[in-house]
Each structure stands twice: as C-alpha cells, then as structure tokens.
Design a protein around this ligand. Structure first.
Ligand SMILES: O=C(O)CCC(=O)C(=O)O
Length: 297
C-alpha cells in the first residue's frame, strides 16, 4: 500500500502534478493500492471549496472534474487501485468533501462523502495555537458508511474528522472491513495531540489496519498548516509507517490475515454485551445535555 503525502498549491494544475508524480513513484515502489490526502488539489479553507469544486458525471471529463479524471487515468494506466484523497464535490448547489475510490481499470467503485463535518472552536492555550473551523458553513455531510471490496479484503473509508467517531469505525468493522482508510488533514493544534492516538485507538477498537494520509505541510505560514504525519497502524495498534510533515511517498505491506489472527487472539467481537450499553450513538445525543447547552460553533 502506498501513501502519498503531497504539497497542495493554489494552482490546481501544480497540485495535480504533485499527486501524479507521487502516485507514479508509489507504483514504482511496488504499491498496488495508493492513497492520497484530504483535499489534495484544493487549499484547505472553506472559502476555496466551492471555487475548486468538481462535478462528477460518467464518463469523467477533464473539464468538469480534472482531479477525478487524472486519478481514473492513472489507475487504468498503471493497473492500481487508488483511494483518491478527497475533492470538493459539487452536486446541485451543494458541496461535499468526497473521496473517490478507483479500481485498477479506472472505474469509480466507491464514493465517500465526509459524514462528520469539522466544526470546532479551540482557544489558544500555552503551547497550543487556537483553531476554529466550520466546514458546515459550506459543506453538506454525507449519510453513508462507505465500503469497497478490494481484491485483498474489504476496506472502509472515512475522511479526517470521521476518525473521531468510534461508532463509524465500528460500523465499517461490523460490515466486514479489515482495512480502514482515512484521508485527513489535521492541524497543528489537534494533530500533535490526537492524530496518532485516534488512529491507534480505531485500530484497537476494530482490530483492523488503519491508514491515515495527509497533505504535506505548506511552507507558507498564511496557509492552513496540515499536521502531515501520514500513518499506517496494524491491527495490533503498532505504527508500521509514520511520515514527518514534508512531501513524500511511503510503501508498506498490509496483510488482511493479520486482522483475522488478532480477532481470534483477542475475541472482543464475540464478547460484546449489547444489552449493557447505553444507546449513545443516537444522532446528537451529546451527553444527554438539552439542546440549549450545545456549543455554538
Ligand atoms: O479532528 C480534527 O482535529 C481535525 C479534523 C480535520 O482537520 C478535518 O476534518 O478536516
């Protein structure tokens, strides 16, 4: 499996060239499944999502959806599967944060629309810069659990903030996923604190491989500062590969049988006590707090 942590430019053509070069390099290093980061061809700011948005319709066209068309062509040319990071997707007057998955013939075989939108407001404290982001100002959320049957195993797909929701990961796992892939773009506040622990946590919860792939950090301090640190975690929650924040390509082996082995050794999926648990996963349940106590973001 190949991880492409690429630089994002305001010039989409440059971002696409970066992604293409990384993909070709990953293929040359032996990857049969290649993953890109969240918004790999769009600067990460709500003001850009509509402007850089692409409309997907089959057959994919370079005018309407240049990023998707390029990935489809590359998948076909090199005979590899691609998890296409994410792209702002236009449908009607809505915008989604969408990950397309391409099979080795270039066909779109999966489409995940980020379900949990990144709306947070964290003030600055010592050693921790403030971060305020409100994707829901522009984006609509997806409503589906996304699974793709790869030649090797079933894969679940989420995007970035989706990783904070164990219920989503457990849904993918319950539906048979042995590999969870999350294109993401954490920041310099939550990234150092949570990126690795969330990835390892989801691996423990699901006894699956977890791959999280980020864009590289921008050298321009005025841009969104992605944390980088693309990671592969195995079903024993060990970090197999971890990048730093610069552009790069990494390739590592995923062995789906390892998920089977760990699931037999620590058989938590057979030991769940459904009747014991509070139905916390209900939409907007919070901590049982009344609506008035919800934070206004
Ligand atoms: O959950 C976080 O801290 C960051 C999430 C994020 O950057 C995103 O969803 O794009």
């Amino acid at each position: 499996m190949g991880f492409c942590q690429t630089a994002v430019s305001k010039d989409k053509a440059v971002s696409l060239e970066n992604a293409k070069a990384a993909l070709v390099k990953a293929v040359g290093m032996g990857a049969e499944l290649v993953v890109l980061g969240e918004m790999f061809s769009c600067p990460y700011a709500t003001k850009f999502f509509r402007e850089y948005g692409e409309r997907f319709s089959e057959p994919l066209s370079a005018e309407a959806c240049p990023s998707a068309k390029m990935l489809s062509d590359l998948a076909k040319e090199h005979g590899v599967w691609i998890v296409g990071g994410s792209i702002p997707e236009l449908e009607g007057d809505k915008v989604y944060n969408t990950c397309l998955v391409f099979d080795s013939k270039g066909a779109v075989v999966g489409r995940h629309r980020k379900a949990h939108l990144f709306d947070i407001d964290v003030p600055a404290t010592e050693g921790r810069p403030a971060i305020k982001f409100k994707e829901s100002d522009v984006l609509s959320g997806g409503e589906q659990v996304t699974l793709v049957d790869l030649p090797w195993c079933r894969m679940g797909v989420g995007i970035c903030y989706d990783i904070r929701f164990p219920e989503y990961a457990l849904s993918m796992r319950g539906l048979g996923a042995k590999l969870l892939v999350y294109p993401g773009a954490f920041n310099m506040t939550t990234g150092p604190a949570h990126w690795s622990v969330l990835s390892r946590g989801r691996a423990v919860d699901t006894q699956a491989y977890v791959a999280v792939v980020s864009p590289a950090r921008s050298e321009d301090k005025d841009d969104y500062q992605a944390y980088g640190h693309s990671l592969l975690v195995n079903p024993w929650a060990e970090v197999v590969v971890e990048a730093e924040h610069e552009p790069g390509v990494w390739v590592a082996e995923v062995d789906p049988a390892e998920a089977d082995r760990i699931r037999m050794q620590v058989p938590t999926s057979f030991q769940k006590l459904g009747g014991l648990y509070v139905p916390y996963a209900a939409r907007g349940a919070g901590d049982g707090a009344p609506e008035a106590k919800r934070p206004k973001l």
